[in-house]
Ligand binder design. Structure first.
Ligand SMILES: [Zn+2]
Ligand SMILES: [Zn+2]
Length: 199
C-alpha cells in the first residue's frame, strides 16, 4: 500500500491512515487521521478571540458577524478588516468604480432605501446643521461688526503678507481688481481694462 509522511507528526503511514480530500493533489490530506482527530483548542474563550492579523485578543463584539464561519464571527477583527478593505480599495480603485457602475441601480436603490428608513433622522441632522451654521454665521458677523477697528489692521496685514508669499493669490487679486474696474470704469477707460481680461 502507498505511504505518506504526515506533515504534523512526521511519521510515515499507509494511505488509509489519511482522510480523502478530492481537491488536494494526490487525493489525500497531508495530515494523518490521528493528528486531525486531536481536539483543536476552542477559538473563542470567554467571549474573546485572538485576531490572526494584529495578534490582539479582542471581545467578540469587535468582530463582524459571519454566518458562514463556524464560529459565527469573522476571522479577523473589525479594525483589521477595515484596514484591509481600505488598502484594497486604494490599490484597486477600478474595482470599486466598476462595481458601482455595474450596480448603479442597486446603489441608487440602497440610497433611497436608506433615506426612507432614516428620513426623520437625516432631516433632523440637516436642520441642526443648518441652524448651527446660521448661528455661527450670525455670531461671526456680529463679532466682526463689534470689532471692526481692531480687526482691520489684522486683515490688511494678512492680505499683504499673502500677496507676498502666495503667487496664485496675487494673480487672483490682480485679476479681480481688473475685472472690477472693467465693469465699473467710465466708458472712455473701459477699453483699456477689457483688453486685460480678454473681452
Ligand atoms: Zn500525523
Ligand atoms: Zn486584528
Amino acid at each position: 500500500m502507498e505511504t505518506h509522511i504526515c506533515t504534523k507528526c512526521k511519521i510515515e503511514k499507509t494511505i488509509d491512515k489519511f482522510h480523502k480530500h478530492v481537491r488536494l493533489k494526490n487525493g489525500y490530506r497531508k495530515i494523518c487521521k490521528k493528528c486531525r482527530s486531536h481536539p483543536r483548542p476552542p477559538i473563542i474563550i470567554d467571549n474573546h478571540k485572538i485576531c490572526p492579523k494584529c495578534k490582539k485578543k479582542k471581545h467578540i463584539s469587535e468582530y463582524y458577524n459571519d454566518n458562514y464561519a463556524g464560529t459565527g464571527i469573522s476571522v479577523r477583527c473589525k479594525e483589521c478588516v477595515k484596514t484591509h478593505v481600505k488598502n484594497y480599495n486604494k490599490n484597486h480603485p477600478e474595482v470599486r468604480k466598476n462595481w458601482q457602475e455595474v450596480n448603479k441601480e442597486k446603489v441608487i436603490l440602497q440610497r433611497k432605501e436608506y433615506y426612507k428608513k432614516n428620513r426623520k433622522k437625516l432631516l433632523d441632522r440637516n436642520k441642526t446643521y443648518i441652524r448651527d451654521k446660521e448661528k455661527k454665521r450670525i455670531g461671526d458677523k456680529k463679532y466682526r461688526e463689534n470689532n471692526k477697528e481692531t480687526l482691520r489692521p489684522k486683515r490688511t496685514a494678512y492680505h499683504s503678507n499673502k500677496r507676498k508669499t502666495d503667487l496664485n493669490y496675487k494673480i487672483k487679486c490682480n485679476l479681480r481688481t481688473r475685472i472690477y474696474h472693467a465693469l465699473h470704469a467710465k466708458k472712455e477707460n473701459r477699453k483699456k481694462y477689457y483688453s486685460t481680461v480678454n473681452y
